[in-house]
Design a protein around this ligand. Sequence first.
Ligand code: DGL
Length: 274
Amino acid sequence: MSPDRPLGVFDSGVGGLSVLAELRRALPGEDFLYLADTAHVPYGARTDEDIRDLTARAVAALHARGAKGVVVACNTASAFSLTHLRERYGSGEGPFPVIGLVPAVKPAVAATRSGVVGVLATPGTLRGSLLQDVIRQWAEPAGVRVLTAVSADLVPLVESGRAESDEARAVLREVLTPLRDAGADQLVLGCTHYPFLAGSVRAEFGETFALVDSGAAVARHTRNVLCGAGLLREGGAGGSVTYLVTGDPERARPVITTLVGGAGQNTQVMQVST
Ligand code: DGL
């Protein structure tokens, strides 16, 4: 497999763009194929089987388009699919690396002063085993209490370009107030859509919580995996991103353009089926 091929990045929608930004910083020589399954977002309220099936189709579509590996930039998809995908495509060091996400409980546990960490996630991620695994691995031995908050409304708000709206603030106020009242000083953003809500969280809660996400850590890990697999591309022109969506590209284009900070640019968005 040639290192010159693009790296696939997948999310149920536009949330993975928060991870893509970190990947582009850490891997400036890479070209990227970003696939948003906008015809089926949100995944968070779907069944386990549905999430697994949609994720498998999306990863297969990236593989078929020549990606050299995939970053599953979605906590919900990772929670239900990583084992299956790795069985199918090989492990992180295999011929087609599949890299996933877990909520950033580890750094939040290391940073908390109050001993209470909040996790904001989709219903799917809360149900999946990956979150429970990291709580058992990092929070329990340190005696840190983890409180979870869930909402099925936040992903659709980000998808429709309303991350900075009164509606988003109202939802955040409702779901995060109990965490603040319980003394949480760290808020793990357990969904890749949520870094785009940082402004709204700050507007409601000021500096109450340090916001912690996994974007930078997964980008560093991806670099190591590509390096280990002989797939790292350095020195080339690199840096291009092809945006693929399964839903209406005209609907997705303005939201993608805003979230990648490309106001005024003509972002190319292509429709694909998975
Ligand atoms: N960005 C996805 C995540 O990290 C959102 C899941 C959804 O579509 O509900 O979980």
